[in-house]
Design a protein around this ligand. Structure first.
Ligand code: XBP
Ligand code: MG
Length: 250
């Protein structure tokens, strides 16, 4: 295997469990502000996650789960305004410290930084959301830890399309064989794999456990801390946390 030249991280569900207690809550607050009686429960949100991207998710909801809604003529404008309000609520939730990083994330990021292994982000979420999460968990300067941040609408097609990983690889000047991708979802794995990345490490969560991870290299419950070792889907515990040494042996 070629040496690892960069670590590329998904954000939602991978760096932190942002979906249930961050994005979902922010959507509901935006709906409430707009006078809409829509309420995305934890269960319904799990089904809505089959479509990535917040604006796309709202349209999917109207198409599949709320067909009785009398949509305004300018649907795109209506959705964009709702989504902008949702982003503001999301940033406020992050500022309140509602969502911590997942176990092992900060440890691995700091190890890579110390070893001069570049870090990057490949996500479908809005750039402001990435900044808000990083700033409020790792401090303002942590934005600069990342050599490239690929986020939101900078590419035409969101995950599971490979576009965002391809964009990040091009910006890094690297090929898929030279990086490790970190994901939490089946859509994310498809996106990374179709961009030519063959080392993909999945940390599952309540929404993604049981999805199709057949193209992933390793599937575990979390990156681990010395007192909380990662566990594979078959229940077997790894002997150590995910660190650079461990990644080099993937
Ligand atoms: C994350 C998403 C995002 C967020 C919402 O997918 O699907 O859409 O739920 O973000 P991934 P926005 O982790 O695979 O990147 O509302 O800003 O679009
Ligand atoms: Mg994700």
């Amino acid at each position: 295997m070629p040496a690892i030249k960069a670590l590329v991280f998904d954000v939602d569900g991978t760096l932190a469990d942002t979906e249930r207690d961050g994005h979902r809550v922010a959507f509901n607050r935006a709906f409430n502000d707009a006078g809409l009686d829509w309420d995305w429960s934890v269960e319904l949100y799990g089904r809505l996650l089959s479509v990535t991207g917040g604006k796309e998710r709202i349209k999917f909801y109207l198409d599949q789960f709320n067909t009785a809604f009398d949509a305004p003529e300018d649907l795109d404008g209506f959705v964009a305004a709702l989504h902008a309000s949702k982003t503001e609520h999301y940033k406020n939730l992050m500022a309140e410290g509602s969502v911590p990083l997942r176990p092992g994330v900060e440890r691995l990021l700091r190890e890579a930084l110390a070893a001069n292994v570049p870090l990057a982000i490949a996500t479908t979420t809005t750039p402001d959301n990435v900044t808000a999460l990083l700033e409020n968990t790792l401090g303002r300067e942590s934005i600069d830890w990342f050599a490239e941040i690929g986020a939101g609408d900078i590419v035409p097609a969101k995950k599971p399309a490979p576009d965002i990983y391809t964009w990040v690889l091009q910006r890094l000047g690297l090929t898929g064989e030279q990086v490790v991708a970190f994901e939490d979802s089946g859509h994310g794995v498809t996106s990374a794999a179709d961009a030519g990345i063959d080392r993909i490490l999945v940390t599952t969560n309540d929404y993604t456990r049981g999805q199709d991870f057949s193209r992933a290299t390793l599937v575990i419950d979390q990156l681990g801390e010395p007192d909380q070792l990662p566990v594979r889907a078959d229940g077997q515990s790894l002997e150590r946390c995910i660190d650079l040494d461990m990644l080099a042996r993937l």
